[in-house]
Design a protein around this ligand. Structure first.
Ligand code: ARG
Length: 592
């Protein structure tokens, strides 16, 4: 099924051709003057030069064709100075379109003809460190992008890319060695099997890391030992590799639980250290091409380009002490991903402060031909989530906010709102469950409705409000439809074989027009990898529905055909809204 604008462009294009112009000028867009028309075409102005004709003359010719030959489509088609073509659809045409959407699996959003394999690298937590809100955005935005790409028919792989390679590993290991020197992991003579059980719990691990990291800053000797430890771990020391696996194993259940609470799930749970076996080949390829050279004992690749507006330092592959870095594992991971998944595109989600890192890694991999020329490498750098003071969000006591606490705070705020409601029929248990569903929507929508690159202010009051451009408002709209449909069901009538009817009022037409643009919205979000476009769309659709709802007696409509038509219309609205929020990564409760 064609998207509405494509269908209309085709029709207007035919009119251009019939009037002796080029059909390509018939591109139709949504009107930017909704007070005047629903759609518009600016092709007459664009074509004036090519046809040596006044835009108005072209527009009039086309409008004549539009009204003569294709009068089943337009309620109004007018040429307006200096050469716009203003368009309004016929209600029956629109009802037919939305009716088709209703039976279309993708709700009128066609998938590209050749699906691609897309790997989305998001989440990116570091083992042994609790998930904090810095990782929240990566998870939320990445999950939505993954779902959008998948909805468009692509084969999509979500990879969490756990951080378990850097200095933090050596710090933890060194601290552990000082606390429990007798562990076999530290004994170079040890040849037996290492214990299956980790020598620490997640609680201890979370305490060990900050202690070790603080020590590294204060104590030079400790810091040096931690660096040595990191190096030996990276070099594949048998005991330390086993210990590294224990650290990952202890961290994983906790991470998985956290992501599950966020409704975020990964297809593969690979980590940086899993790429270690690809490091030697990656480095060799760089060296063989003469790209990598030694500089002050380190192995580096120049990636600066002519025309760079800011300095792009060389990409360091191996430090002078022999340790490899974040860039090294990212390059090795790419080599491995090409081998395992052969992706057409790799999309990375990380804090926008990592922009330089990704510039270096992408340039390096292009120079060395680690990925084919047709493979897209995209980095989506997101801004910071700030508190009301405009600074990165902190706990009340000023510490880094842990994700769990943040979620709890949101849920409590929502729970207060629900129980304050006059609607007290909800049991405490149901209120809690509902609050967690709404809380997640508040959190995710609050984040996704901003352009990813921008910083935003985390405002619990605003995010959890049931009114305005918020997640709970969208859910509220869906719940409202659910409740009408529930009541309708009780009447024993069914609208199953009914059809959406030509709109009889302005608000009904507006609702249908908005529904018809679902495909445009999703496709736009996909092309630009921009979930905020879906937020915009579901917000507009919710507004259109609520306007219609306030002006229309749905269940009390005496004419049966009309009543059934309404039911079909709002059922489609519910489907489209639910699909929209599923692409954003949350769902609606039964009531609220
Ligand atoms: N672990 C990193 C961090 O905490 C994010 C990883 C992003 N992905 C990547 N392939 N570099 O900042």
């Amino acid at each position: 099924m064609k998207k509405i604008l494509d269908r209309l462009s085709e029709i207007v294009g035919e009119a251009f051709a019939a009037a002796g112009y080029d059909a390509a000028y018939g591109r139709v867009t949504v009107s930017n003057r909704p007070d005047l028309c629903e759609f518009q075409c600016n092709g007459a102005m664009a074509g004036a030069k090519a046809f040596h004709k006044a835009p108005m003359a072209i527009a009039s010719d086309v409008v004549k064709k539009l009204t003569e030959t294709l009068d089943g489509v337009w309620r109004e088609a007018a040429a307006v100075p200096p050469g716009f073509i203003n368009l309004k659809l016929r209600e029956d045409f629109l009802a037919e379109y939305t009716g088709k959407m209703d039976s279309d699996e993708k709700l009128g959003c066609p998938c590209p003809a050749s699906p691609r394999t897309i790997l989305v690298d998001y989440g990116g937590p570091n083992v042994a460190k609790p998930l904090h809100i810095g990782h929240l955005r990566s998870a939320i935005i990445g999950e939505s992008i993954k779902r959008i790409c998948r909805f468009m028919g692509n084969r999509v792989i979500g990879d969490v890319h756990l951080g378990d390679w850097g200095l933090q590993m050596g710090q933890i290991m060194q601290e552990l060695k000082e606390r429990q020197p007798d562990l076999p992991y530290f004994d170079p003579e040890y040849t037996g099997e290492y214990p299956k059980e980790a020598p620490f719990t997640i609680g201890e691990l979370e305490e060990i890391y900050p202690a070790a990291s603080a020590k590294s800053k204060e104590d030079e000797t400790f810091d040096r030992l931690a660096h040595d430890m990191t190096l030996r771990y990276q070099e594949g020391d048998r005991g330390l590799a086993a210990l590294g696996r224990r650290i990952v194993a202890v961290s994983l259940p906790d991470l998985k639980k956290n992501y599950q609470n966020l409704n975020v799930d990964f297809d593969v749970w690979y980590s940086e250290s899993d790429a270690r076996r690809y490091i030697p080949v990656t480095v060799e390829r760089m060296k063989a091409d003469g790209l990598a050279y030694e500089s002050q004992g380190a192995l580096v690749v120049d990636v600066a380009k002519e025309g760079d507006t800011k300095e792009v330092p060389p990409c360091i592959l191996v430090k002078s002490d022999g340790a490899t870095l974040y860039s090294t594992t990212d390059l090795a991971t790419l080599v491995w991903r090409m081998e395992e998944f052969a992706p057409d595109a790799v999309i990375y989600l990380a804090d926008k402060r990592q922009e330089m890192h990704f510039t270096q890694v992408f340039r390096c991999s292009r120079l060395a031909g680690l990925v084919g020329e047709n493979v897209d490498l995209t980095y989506i750098g997101f801004g910071t989530m700030n508190g009301k003071d405009g600074k990165p969000f902190k706990t009340r006591s000023g510490g880094v906010m842990r994700l769990e606490y943040l979620i709890r705070e949101i849920e409590e705020a929502v729970c207060r709102r629900i129980t304050e409601n006059e609607n007290r029929s909800m049991t405490e248990e149901e209120a809690k469950q509902t609050a967690s569903i709404i809380g997640l929507a508040a959190l995710k929508y609050g984040d996704l409705s901003n352009q990813a690159a921008k910083d935003y202010v985390f405002d619990i009051e605003r995010f959890t409000s049931f009114e305005g451009n918020t997640g709970p408002y969208i859910l509220y709209t869906i719940v409202r439809i659910k409740s009408i449909l529930e009541k309708y069901e009780k009447t024993q009538e069914t609208a199953e074989n009914a059809a959406i009817r030509p709109a009889a009022s302005g608000s009904e037409k507006q609702l249908q027009l908005c529904l018809a643009q679902f495909g445009e919205a999703v496709d736009g979000a996909y092309q630009e990898l921009a979930p905020h476009k879906i937020c915009q769309y579901v917000y507009e659709l919710s507004n259109a529905f609520n306007q219609f709802y306030h002006e229309t007696k749905i269940l009390a409509e005496p004419d049966k055909t009309k009543r059934q038509g309404y039911i079909r219309l709002i059922t489609l609205t519910k489907k489209v809204l639910e699909t929209g929020i599923d692409l954003l990564g949350f769902a609606a409760p039964q009531r609220m």
